[in-house]
Design a protein. Structure first.
Length: 153
């Protein structure tokens, strides 16, 4: 199967039913995407596939064949952070950090969809991404901040 991840084309020889999560982590060594629950309920494995956010733990490799996938590593670089990544740092969102790559991927998708989200929009879009540390108020503040920066750019 072939897929483009973070702008780089890859060819992998895996079983059709292997979850995209394991293709990314085990085959391609892209470890920003995390395993959380394995049943698409926590959001730790969130990636962008062909312009939509998906839970990579539930996408069979065969369904990803020919797709363009963006992981946290593809949003920005250390020298040029994405607005959401910068806001996460500015608002010190992460505590343990485990869920944060999925949170950031979901937030980036939200801001691609709605440029001036309300608190209700944020709560609705982010409700499927769980944070055991409970940093939801900082997540909301970071999203508002990133939205403002994106509008100013």
């Amino acid at each position: 199967m072939k897929l483009t991840v973070n702008g780089v084309e890859h060819e992998v020889d895996v079983e059709d039913d292997m979850p995209l999560l394991w293709v990314l982590r085990d085959e391609l060594k892209i470890t920003g995407v995390k395993y959380g629950c394995g049943i698409a309920q926590c959001g730790a494995c969130t990636v962008n596939m062909d312009g939509s956010v998906v839970r990579s733990c539930q996408i069979p490799a065969a369904d990803a064949d020919g797709s363009e996938v963006v992981t946290i590593e593809g949003l920005g670089t250390a020298a040029a952070l994405n607005a959401v990544q910068r806001a996460w740092i500015d608002h010190q969102v992460a505590q343990c950090g485990y869920c944060q790559s999925g949170q950031i991927m979901q937030a980036a998708y939200l801001l691609d969809t709605i440029d001036t989200p309300t608190d209700e929009d944020i709560d609705r879009f982010m409700s499927s991404n769980l944070c055991r540390c409970g940093t939801y108020p900082r997540i909301r503040a970071a999203i508002h901040s990133a939205a403002q920066k994106m509008r100013e750019a």
